[in-house]
Design a binder for this molecule. Structure first.
Ligand SMILES: Nc1ncnc2c1ncn2[C@@H]1O[C@H](COP(=O)(O)OP(=O)(O)OP(=O)(O)O)[C@@H](O)[C@H]1O
Length: 460
């Protein structure tokens, strides 16, 4: 395969309708259009196409099995379905999307959202094809060089070795799912399946059968028996995202499964044994949910065996700029006036922004800047961050600026010294005791002291 970055923006656009729509995409995409599977087949024969998308209309339910075979046959391409929203309630479509597609976009087309989804698919294709199958499995895809992220990566490796459940906490968009995948990839189960389910995204009435499957006729619309996600994860890992949103009755079933490694389909009277490792994630405080009666205490203790937190992006020092450069590379285009990179003020804005939406927000801002920027180098305004620098310089008191600089200097020193407190203290020309005191003041946690802020690793 051509290893050039541009080649990842080759896109196959399949529209089966009589009057196909013109793809509303930026010129960064090299679009190959097809109106039938035969035409698509011909185009795919001419060379690899990393991303493919097709419009799924209701009249196509009949050809779903043919489409499924076609997509499986071309599984080197990352497929994105464009679907009429009401079709998403059809179990066949849901299963089809889950089995055959990288992602889906609900119609009508929203060019910006569609570009984001296709961009992710292109990024994923690049990631998958630029590494061999072997190194892919053993390389964590988490990017970061800050002490907090290095600590996360070490923790991932440690927890991957054991079979106990893992609980990943952290704000939305910090990379909890990515970390869960890394746990799976580093574990002895790496060759098994990784099944992810977002408990908040599935309607409460469907989640039990989604997780554990159902027998034919178990409820209205259950035309045939189906295995659940737990069974699908047999031999691998089940990732339960937003576990705090699981309804109480499903929590009871999940607890039984965690205790016995057995599942019972909805409408069935017998249990099946499965071998599944559970990784759960939450952005809400599960302990508080237990106190308020929204989450079962016994389930909480079952899940909370190995816990780690994904730090918010604002606590990862220069990782924000590292990630910005990474996503810039991923989504960069071959436009006639290509954007070359970030201006120094844009980088400053990236480092100063609070990132409430974490890495997901960063991805979106970089993508938007790449599409909208009229400049050779991305400016703060292209990122929607022009206020940051001016607001920062207008309102921040000298004391705040000094405190920020002190905190950043400590984080940098610890990062450079790989968490070695003595070396970092020497570098900053302060005593170890002073460094511990300052770290406590700035809520930077170094092992051996108790604060609730940023956690940093220490060398032995
Ligand atoms: N350290 C990282 N390196 C590279 N990409 C990252 C990193 N962290 C997050 N991402 C990317 O950011 C996006 C959001 O990550 P992810 O979905 O894992 O977050 P999350 O914490 O599970 O979010 P939510 O709580 O909303 O489900 C994904 O596209 C992911 O690939």
């Amino acid at each position: 395969m051509d290893s050039g970055r541009e080649s990842y923006h080759r896109l196959l656009w399949i529209d089966f309708s009589k009057s196909p729509v013109a793809p509303p995409l930026g010129s960064n995409w090299v679009v190959l259009s097809a109106t039938s599977l035969a035409e698509a087949e011909q185009l795919l024969k001419q060379g690899p196409v990393p991303v493919g998308t097709f419009l799924l209309h209701p009249h196509m339910l009949d050809i779903l099995p043919t489409l499924e075979t076609f997509l499986h046959h071309h599984s080197d391409t990352e497929w994105v379905a464009q679907v009429e929203p009401h079709l998403l309630w059809d179990n066949r479509i849901r299963e089809f999307l889950r089995q055959c597609c990288h992602d889906f976009h609900s119609l009508p087309i929203d060019p910006y959202r569609l570009e984001v989804v296709l961009g992710h698919a292109a990024g994923m294709a690049q990631l998958l094809h630029s590494t061999t199958a072997d190194t892919r499995r053993h390389n964590t895809p988490l990017i970061g060089e800050s002490p907090t992220m290095i600590q996360v990566m070490k923790t991932v490796k440690k927890v991957a070795r054991v079979a106990a459940p893992v609980l990943i906490t952290g704000e939305s968009g910090t990379g909890k799912e990515l970390a869960a995948r890394a746990v799976h990839d580093e574990s002895p189960r790496a060759d098994g399946p990784f099944e992810a389910i977002n408990c908040a995204a599935v309607p409460a009435s469907l989640i039990q059968s989604e997780l554990f499957g159902h027998e034919r006729g178990a409820f209205t619309g259950a035309h045939k028996a189906r295995a659940g996600r737990v069974q699908a994860a047999n031999g691998g890992t089940l990732f339960l995202d937003e576990i705090g949103d699981l309804p109480l009755e499903v929590q009871a079933a999940l607890l039984r499964f965690l205790q016995n490694q057995t599942v019972q389909k909805v409408g069935s009277d017998h249990e099946e044994t499965v071998d599944v490792r559970v990784v759960a994630a939450t952005h809400v405080d599960l302990e508080a949910a237990v106190h308020s009666g929204r989450f079962r205490e016994d389930l909480f203790y079952r899940l909370d065996v190995l816990r780690f937190e994904m730090p918010p992006l604002r606590e990862r020092g220069h990782d924000a700029s590292l990630l910005a450069r990474h996503f810039f590379q991923t989504f960069s285009t071959d436009r006639s006036r290509p954007v070359k990179g970030f201006s120094s003020t844009a980088m400053e804005a990236i480092c100063n922004h609070h990132w409430p939406g974490n890495v997901r927000e960063l991805i979106n801002r970089v993508r938007r800047a790449l599409v909208l920027s009229e400049n050779r180098f991305i400016q703060p305004a292209d990122l929607g961050l022009s206020d940051i620098l001016t607001a920062g310089s207008r309102h921040a008191s000298l004391e705040t600026i000094r405190a920020d600089a002190e905190r950043q200097a400590i984080l940098n020193a610890l990062q450079i010294c790989e968490g070695n407190v003595s070396a970092a203290a020497r570098r900053l020309d302060v005593s170890r005791i002073t460094l511990y005191r300052l770290a406590r003041r700035h809520e930077i946690m170094i092992s051996g002291q108790e604060t609730s802020g940023t956690k940093l690793p220490t060398s032995p």
